[in-house]
Design a protein around this ligand. Structure first.
Ligand SMILES: [Zn+2]
Ligand SMILES: [Zn+2]
Length: 393
């Protein structure tokens, strides 16, 4: 490989500056207006044509031409932040109160712009590279909405990645097959007439019904799921009740089901419906179960995982490339792209050894910025290797 695939110190500083600027102005899903405007200015600086306003705030940029017999490859970065109040104390901490880039998406955007800057310099690009800056990965599935607006038209393959604090800087994890779980989010409502706390015989108690339901839900995985297939059901939120001397008239529970096998997923959903209905009958309350979102699993194409593996070895060396022996029960809406075209999603090590508890979605989250050029170089190599590949995917 020539040096055209390596980020020079100036480019690394440029990426760091981008990451830090975006980090200061985080925006929630589908509200990434200033982020999009900033990315657009950077793409203009690089003289890369792009379309804004896809799925609201998404951007599709194009480098090179797809001439007869050539291929087109997409590289994707997510744009949204989280409703978390930052407590890192970093000099470039969030200036948007209550919102924080606590998942590393600021780094993903910086990496993709770094890759774009390198790719733009290549006059011999053997095909076309599409840059997808996607809104709303954390919530509401921005990928699906971008696809509906046609961003994958004419695209033959896609690569994406996530900064991962559980791996050291200089490590890239590449694994064919299923690497992220089915994600099904739900909301349960339990309603009753409500009443006086001293008169339990006059009103069914929604809090007691909800408590039993939560306990029952613990057996969905432990007693009803084939243990060889990983699965999780978590209730992450409970709301209800107004005072110590009032029987609550309404409780809502919100939770998520993570599974790695379609049959297991269906069984858990069916059993959850049964439990919710049964609790309603048992405690004479009205119950409702609504599924609020569903992400498919991330299933990496084996051919593209092979390309990613090669690109990773070229970037961090043989010893830096790891696999993923077990699927993550995390969700990732990159999976929607993979329903349409083959692709591969990897993880870039970004551990901060000095901050052992600064995990993703934590108010003290941070990553080691040395991962930025690694991600950018990896993307450039993936693009070249994919476009040079003559086999059909
Ligand atoms: Zn996240
Ligand atoms: Zn994320």
């Amino acid at each position: 490989m020539t040096n055209n695939y390596v980020a020079d110190p100036k480019l690394i500083e440029w990426m760091k500056d981008i990451r830090r600027t975006i980090h200061q102005y985080p925006e929630l899903a589908f509200r990434e207006f200033n982020t999009a405007a900033y990315l657009s200015r950077k793409l203009d600086e690089l003289d890369i044509p792009h379309t804004k306003g896809i799925a609201g705030t998404g951007i599709r940029a194009v480098i090179g031409k797809k001439e007869q017999g050539m291929k087109s490859v997409a590289l994707r970065a997510d744009m949204d932040a989280l409703p978390i109040t930052e407590k890192t104390g970093l000099p470039f901490s969030s200036k948007n109160n209550g919102v924080m880039h606590a998942c590393g998406h600021d780094g993903h955007m910086a990496m993709l712009l770094g890759a774009a800057a390198m790719l733009k310099k290549h006059t011999n690009l053997p095909g076309q590279v599409i840059l997808l800056f996607q809104p709303a990965e954390e919530d509401d599935g921005g990928a699906e909405k971008m696809i509906a607006e046609g961003v994958l038209e004419g695209v033959d393959g896609i690569f994406g990645g996530h900064i991962e604090r559980h791996f050291k800087v200089g490590e890239i994890s590449v694994q064919p097959g299923l690497i992220c779980a089915f994600t099904d989010e739900f909301r349960i409502t339990i309603c009753g007439p409500g009443g006086h706390a001293a008169k339990p015989h006059e009103s069914p108690d929604c809090i007691v019904a909800a408590s039993y339901l939560i306990t029952c839900i613990q057996t969905l995985v432990s007693r009803e799921t084939n243990p060889v297939y990983p699965a999780v059901v978590t209730i992450g939120k409970i709301c209800g009740g107004s005072a110590a001397n009032v029987i609550a008239d309404r409780i809502t529970l919100e939770g998520t089901i993570r599974s790695t096998h379609q049959e297991v997923r269906e069984k858990i959903i069916t059993s959850l419906k049964r439990m919710v209905k049964s609790i309603g009958e048992l405690y004479v309350t009205e119950t409702e179960l609504i599924f609020t979102s569903a992400y498919p699993p991330v299933i990496n194409n084996s051919l593209l995982a092979g390309i990613a593996q090669k690109a990773a070895v070229q970037t961090v060396g043989e010893s830096g490339v790891t696999g993923q022996p077990y699927p993550s029960l995390g969700g990732e809406d990159f999976s929607f792209f993979l329903k349409h075209i083959p692709g591969c999603f990897v993880r870039f090590g970004g551990e901060r050894e000095d901050l052992p508890h600064a995990n993703a979605h934590s108010p003290i989250f941070d990553f080691d910025e040395r991962v930025l050029p690694i991600g950018a170089e990896f993307f450039v190599r993936c693009a070249f290797l994919f476009l040079q590949q003559t086999d059909k995917t």
